[in-house]
Ligand binder design. Structure first.
Ligand code: GYE
Length: 333
């Protein structure tokens, strides 16, 4: 064989070896020449869209902080969009995130109805949706799971506490949460179911304070000025922020909250537990806002094609004069 042909053969062999060392471009991305996966979807930082209700309460601030801090801790790319109290803005956010092709969408819905079209669009785009905090009436086939609280149970627990405290006799004014939200609808339902067992307990007035302290105060001021409600003996607020507003109104009317009028609520916020310890309120059932870890555990599993539990409810405490002074020291929000 001539020297020239020999050199030509050696060069071809060197080029072939060099190509083999770079790997075979026909292999799927992320797999080694042996074909076994070197990374799976779960090990890549995922891209998650989060649609928040807005910033209506201290509970919501704690919820938002939990979501943002947990995403940062896990190196998750978070596209956080606030609905700013508008369901239309939340629906627009769904379309935006679907168009961006995020890996997972987490939705905290302002209203518990009307989500089928958005969820079907996400499903058609193969983007799994996790429902956070507030439940919806869509078929569970349209989303992956629900992670939050059992609001009906929270309403029941408050109602039962009040029945026990008053020996089944109370004329109650109710300050409701955001109209159409699962939190307001289901807390109301659970509370009414609980007091229905006691003929001496009645809700004599009910109005929304939109989960906000200032509006809760305005609603209570109107109740206090209404001559038809002079017989009121208790206030049921759907969240602590509105209960704290009601307490301000009751004080300004020269009455003693927690004594002249019993104050019961939901959320377990530090300020409300403190008010109970001070004798200015009477009971609150906890509603956990720190959902970040559970939400991103589910999002990472879903992104990796793993199954997750369809419903994940938080375990929650009840605070009253028996435990508030101790509990207030541990409250994180
Ligand atoms: O009770 C209230 C917040 O959805 C459970 O929304 C949440 C509620 C909570 O504004 O404070």
């Amino acid at each position: 064989m001539s020297t020239q042909r020999l050199l030509h053969g050696v060069c071809l062999a060197v080029v072939a070896l060099a190509l083999a060392a770079c790997g075979d471009n026909t292999q799927p991305a992320g797999s080694s020449p042996t074909g076994s996966p070197t990374t799976n979807a779960a090990s890549k930082p995922i891209n998650v869209g989060f649609i928040q209700t807005g910033s209506e309460s201290a509970w919501r601030a704690a919820n938002t902080n939990s979501v943002k801090s947990e995403a940062e801790k896990r190196g998750i790319k978070l596209n956080f969009i606030s609905g700013e109290g508008s369901v239309d803005k939340q629906r627009a956010a769904m379309s935006t995130l679907i168009a961006q092709g995020v890996d997972v969408i987490i939705l905290d819905p302002l209203q518990n109805f009307g989500w089928d079209p958005s969820l079907k669009a996400a499903k058609n785009a193969n983007i799994p949706v996790i429902i956070a905090d507030r439940a919806i009436d869509s078929s569970p086939d349209l989303y992956v799971c629900f992670i939050g609280s059992n609001f009906d149970e929270e309403g029941q627990r408050v109602g039962e506490w009040l029945a026990k405290k008053t020996d089944g006799k109370a004329q109650i004014v109710e300050i409701e949460g955001q109209n159409g939200s699962a939190a307001a609808v289901d807390r109301k339902k659970g509370f009414e179911e609980a007091i229905a067992k006691y003929p001496g307990m009645k809700v004599i007035a009910s109005k929304s304070g939109e989960f906000e302290t200032a509006q809760g105060k305005q609603v209570m001021e109107a109740f206090l000025k209404n001559p038809d409600l002079k017989g009121m003996t208790a206030v049921f607020a759907h969240n602590d922020d509105m209960a704290l507003g009601a307490i301000q109104a009751i004080k300004e009317a020269g009455k003693q909250p927690g004594k002249d009028l019993l104050i019961v609520s939901v959320d377990g916020e530090k300020a409300m537990v403190q008010a109970i310890a001070n004798g200015e309120a009477n009971c609150t059932v906890e509603c956990k806002p720190l959902l970040g870890p559970a939400l991103f555990d589910a999002a990472e599993k879903v992104a990796a094609g793993q199954k997750v539990e369809a419903k994940q409810y938080s375990k929650e405490e009840l605070f009253d004069s028996s435990n508030a002074a101790q509990a207030v020291k541990e409250r994180q929000y």
